[in-house]
Design a binder for this molecule. Structure first.
Ligand SMILES: [Zn+2]
Length: 178
């Protein structure tokens, strides 16, 4: 489990808290580094309950810090900074994807009446395309490859499904007649 050292004067881990090295503490005090010592303790206090630390110490060896036995404070900061950066990027990507999908949905909602007509013109019956269903009420225009997976409004990607089969299908790629 990771043990993070701040300048050899103390080390900390989520499981064992903060441990001071008596000799080093004395050395720092003699050399008038009282303030530094307090700073180091505050820093250790703040980070010992960091969730990555707890995951590694108390999470049965899970978490990205688990592979470290001992690390310097700089190393520790490097790992959590890198981790936070990834998290932040993931959040941004997730958000962008969500916004794009939302825009596509509203685009589709606007052209829905025309698309229904186009499907009828193509010869589709206004019934659920799911084999054996034949429901004719509450028919939705379904994207065979869902919008959330980059599916388009091309007629080749559209089919009629009843509300029930549309919601059961959810974000799977599936033709009703197969
Ligand atoms: Zn159906």
């Amino acid at each position: 489990m990771p043990k993070v050292t701040i300048e050899s004067v103390l080390w900390f881990s989520g499981n064992n808290g903060i441990v001071l090295d008596a000799k080093e503490v004395l050395h720092w005090l003699v050399n008038g580094r009282m303030i530094d010592l307090i700073d180091a303790i505050e820093m250790a206090e703040k980070y010992k309950s960091h969730h990555l630390m707890r995951e590694a110490d108390c999470g049965q060896g899970s978490g990205i810090l688990s592979s470290f036995e001992e690390m310097s404070f700089d190393e520790f900061l490097g790992v959590i900074t890198e981790y936070n950066r990834h998290e932040f990027q993931d959040d941004l990507n997730q958000k962008a994807k969500y916004e794009a999908c939302k825009a596509r949905r509203s685009e589709f909602a606007k052209s829905r009446p025309e698309l229904v007509l186009a499907l009828l013109n193509r010869g589709d019956d206004f019934v659920c395309a799911k084999q054996g269903c034949e429901t004719t009420s509450d028919i939705a225009v379904d994207h065979i490859t869902p919008l959330s997976r980059g599916g388009t409004d091309d007629l080749g990607n559209l089919q009629f499904l009843c509300r029930y089969h549309n919601s059961v299908k959810s974000d799977k790629i599936e033709r009703g007649d197969q």
